[in-house]
Design a protein around this ligand. Structure first.
Ligand code: GLU
Length: 492
């Protein structure tokens, strides 16, 4: 395999069409192009392929840029920073495509399409009726008129032959005559087609490695025939594997829950987690390591990345793994970050609760984050009442405090009274320090005998974190007051 990129500096590009949605597949293409360029200290270009004005969706260019920025894929040249390229928007580069089109006209390799839409439709219908593929070249006129820019400009494919080429991931590929046709280079509206524009731009921008999905393999002979006609070298072609749904059998679709990238942001996925996760969908570095952080001692993603380890076959989009990875990255965040993350995810109404404070939030956040994977789960847990104990003294039936081995809830009273004494002296710096002040007594009277009534009187819930964690989050005075209230209620 020839991936000798030491001699020429690597240049890659991500070339989305502004159609409004940042698919996970497109994002992964951008990620690989970015990683590969950065690994080789090369250049990563963001080029907007906006030549199909009917498909363009307002706001997409901003959306694409926001998405890539969020993921940390900073481009060297792009719509906002075209540098020497004049513009990274194809719609601004029409004169450049025209210049190359004129070279082909001069060589007798491009001609204006003389047919009306109706005539073409008739040719197509005839081919369909005879169950043969429609090939424009079968209708190529014998003599060409001069192109005045108002008709489509077609490529006169010089040679109809089988092409064999090298793909950096898939090795030798071949496709044949049936793919070669007199394709449109420039449409009647003056905009170039993808087939033509991307070749001109890749050449002009010095792109060395074209990374894209397998849907372009079948069209590659068309591209190669245009490179040949322009007498320009082929870039290295790097076909990325498709992203499959969780079962690994079908391509990922919206039905599998695939979302726009920025929806993942809204759901509380961290960009580092998303980047790490997506890198591993279709790239297999081997070995046990799964976490490739942006910094730290572990091997970083950029350094680890290589084309050699891109898989040929599809990579499954395993949402469970994404959840796991997000949780791992959440754990690595600073306490301040975790508090802010947790606070943002809580429903608005929580800010009106009596014990809502910076302090409660900062103590509760790491506890909550031990069990959840993203902001959606925080919101769900909050709505299910799982955090209510932290923000207001609970209301509960006193019978809840009865431990299963006790005859009556009254058995809990002396234990809770003793707990008040022990906790009054306790150090509330951490759940562990609280535990150490109660543990000997719990072993003496029975763990369930003490810890059940203690936990339930603090949380008011049959299920909750352990009483040491509850006490730590609540702080000493709130903890003691809740136990005292329980004792008062038992006595009554
Ligand atoms: N505009 C094309 C697309 O969005 C780009 C394909 C390519 O990378 O060459 O599919």
């Amino acid at each position: 395999m020839n991936t000798d990129h030491n001699s020429t500096p690597v240049v890659t590009r991500f070339a989305p069409s502004p159609t409004g949605f940042m698919h996970i597949g497109g994002v992964r293409t951008a990620l690989y192009a970015y990683l590969f360029a950065k690994k080789h200290k090369g250049t990563f270009i963001l080029r907007i392929e906006d030549t199909d004005k009917n498909r363009e969706v307002d706001g997409s260019i901003t959306h694409i840029q926001e998405s890539l920025k969020w993921l940390g894929l900073d481009w060297d040249f792009g719509p906002d920073s075209p540098g020497e390229f004049e513009s990274c928007l194809q719609s601004d580069r029409l004169h450049i495509y025209k210049k190359y089109a004129e070279q082909l006209i001069a060589k007798g390799l491009a001609y204006p399409d003389p047919y009306t839409a109706e005539e073409l439709a008739t040719f197509r219908a005839e081919a369909d009726a005879e169950k043969r593929p429609f090939l424009y070249r079968n209708h190529r006129p014998d003599t060409f008129k001069e192109w005045d820019g108002t008709q489509a400009l077609r490529f006169k494919v010089p040679e109809v032959k089988r092409y064999t080429w090298h793909d950096e991931v898939r090795g030798e590929l071949t496709a044949g005559e049936e793919m070669l046709d007199d394709v449109i280079l420039i449409k009647a509206d003056g905009y170039p087609t993808y087939n033509f524009a991307h070749i001109v731009d890749d050449l002009e921008m010095g792109v060395t490695h074209v990374m894209r999905g397998e849907e372009f393999i079948s069209s590659t002979p068309k591209f190669l025939s245009i490179y040949d006609a322009l007498e320009i070298p082929y870039p290295k072609l790097v076909t990325l594997p498709p992203i499959m749904g969780p079962d690994g059998k079908k391509k990922l679709s919206k039905r599998d829950g695939a979302k726009d990238l920025l929806e993942y942001r809204a759901d509380g996925y961290l960009p580092e987690a998303m980047r790490n996760f997506l890198a591993l969908v279709g790239w297999n570095p081997g070995g046990e390591q799964e976490m490739y952080r942006s910094s730290g001692e572990e091997q970083r993603l950029i350094e680890a990345f290589s084309i050699e380890k891109i898989q040929k076959s599809g990579g499954a989009f395993n949402e469970e793994k994404l959840l796991w990875m997000n949780k791992e990255y959440l754990k690595l965040q600073s306490a301040d970050f975790q508090t802010q993350y947790f606070t943002e995810a809580l429903p608005e109404s929580f800010s009106e609760k009596p014990l809502y404070s910076e302090e409660t939030l900062s103590k509760l956040a790491p506890v909550a984050l031990e069990r959840i994977h993203n902001k959606i789960e925080i919101r769900q847990a909050a709505e299910a009442g799982e955090y209510d104990w932290a923000f207001a003294a609970p209301k509960y039936e006193i019978g809840l405090l009865k431990w299963k081995n006790d005859e009556s809830v009254a058995n809990a009273l002396p234990r809770l009274q003793k707990a008040i004494l022990l906790l009054t002296e306790a150090d509330f710096a951490s759940p562990e320090s609280i535990k150490s002040s109660l543990w000997a007594y719990a072993e003496e009277v029975g763990k369930g005998e003490l810890l059940w009534p203690l936990r339930t009187c603090l949380s008011g819930q049959a299920q909750s974190p352990d009483p040491f964690t509850l006490s730590y989050v609540l702080g000493k005075s709130q903890t003691l007051s809740r136990i005292q209230t329980a004792c008062d209620n038992i006595v009554e």
